[in-house]
Design a protein around this ligand. Sequence first.
Ligand code: HEM
Length: 545
Amino acid sequence: MEKQRKNEKEKRKEKGFSRLSTASVVESIAPSPYVEECTTIEHRCRYIKDNSFYGWLKILLSLPYSKVMELDKLLAMPALLALLLLYLHFMRRKIRNGIQNLPPGSSGWPIVGETFKFISAAREGTPVRFIQERMERYDSRVFKTSFLGDPMAVFCGTAGNKFLFSNENKNVQVWWPSSIKKLLRSSLVNKVGDEAKMTRRLLLTFLNPEILRNFVPKMDTIAQIHINTHWQGKEQVVVHSTVQKYTYALACSLFLSIEDPLHDSKFSSRFHRFLKGLVGFSINLPGTRFHQAMKAANEIREEIKKIIKQRKVDLEEKRASPSQDILSHLLATPDSNGRFLTEIEIMDNILLLLFAGHDTSRSTLSSLMRYLAQLPHVYNKVLAEQVEISRAKGEGESLQWEDVQKMKYSWNVASEVLRLSPPVTGAYREALRDFSYADYTIGKGWKLHWTTCSSHVDPRLFANPEAFDASRFEGAGPAPYSYVPFGGGPRMCLGLEFARLEILVFMHHIVKQFKWDLVNPNEKFKYDPMLEPVDGLPVLLHRHH
Ligand code: HEM
């Protein structure tokens, strides 16, 4: 053994530092008895008791200049290789673009593309800046970018919306970033074609106006309890975190019959972690938002699993009704093929509904509160409409479906809020095959993005687009495909009616009891991933006499 070591040492000496190896570098500075035992530079660093950046620095500093130069060469190899790969990547892209007449635009950096530019525009609350800058720069209805690692074409304006909404299952199909897909595994967002149609139909048999009209009195009670608990007697309220309690309570009640969800603070904190990790890079490493969200989603599933177990017993023993909430509905109703959803599908679809129906409405209510504070003439008209509805009712009588139908001006106001401050920037599709759009080739597998802002603030579609004007929604309303806060086509939002009811019921009670002022009139809103006020929108409350 000793002899073998001596031989190796001799051989290395003969080779000298002209053929420098990591082993020889360390050997030259580390105490030899330790070095003899080790094979890699990291291993040796451990022996000099400092396997850290500092340890490596110590090695480098203690090398003679000539050796450092050699080490440079060694380290330069991977860097050169990376540069070469980058060059080949750009060349391949350039050649392909030339052949295929791809839409104009930049794919940005490899892997990350223009993700950070898009996210930073969204975080500043101005995704429209990202879109408009490019529409102007390329003078095109469609431009190319790259988002979350995928090439992506952004379809703009009514023509873009119309194309994507009317080509579902023909040229395109719904697509969501992998973080959403992984978190909402077997839910509707991961279903396409006939399977998606079947699941949508099943969910819509609960979320349609005919069924939801029966829940208006329940929504009314939840809104009143919410306002009595979280607004009454307060001088100042932080709107965004407070309205969340309402949308959350409503979703938990109508989806799972959990009547006092805020009691369970664990459930709501899990839910918060789940929501924050839904949109972004799906890197499942401790400390990342996505990792937190995966953990939270599994914990929520466990909770829902327990509820399902109990509910099955209750349904069998007729202690629960098949129409009491969406959970009972999904357990008791087969799809049009006579198949019942599996337990996992039910859990994932409920998680989807909690996600899709919670922060969207919360964002709308926060924006609504801001506009009503800023625009007293609009507030006064909403108040007059709501007081009129109350007057026609008996003392203490709950709101009914028919009352909500009368809230026409209030809904026009909410619609204008959704035009100017849509909770989501848009949604995604995927190209099923190569196809041509506006004379450009869109490649199979490309990700496609429609956006709310590309049409909502277009002056050709909405005169004086920056102005708040609820009358735009009177009569025939906006041009087709120009107003799209809920998307469109076969994958349009399933919760429109649910959202309409929860927003109007909340408006009814809040304006009837309070007027309010913004604490910070210049507070900005940002997308993270939904639109939200950066400081939570604190308001000063004034109770009506
Ligand atoms: C103001 C509130 C809301 C807004 C602005 C909104 C907006 C959207 C948008 C833009 C989409 C994507 C549509 C597309 O890809 O074409 C969507 C999908 C969806 N929304 Fe909503 N939403 C709201 C409330 C709700 C509520 C309350 C629920 C549930 C009760 C809900 C459930 C869903 C579901 C399940 C989908 C997926 C549909 C599919 O993939 O087929 N949403 N929503």
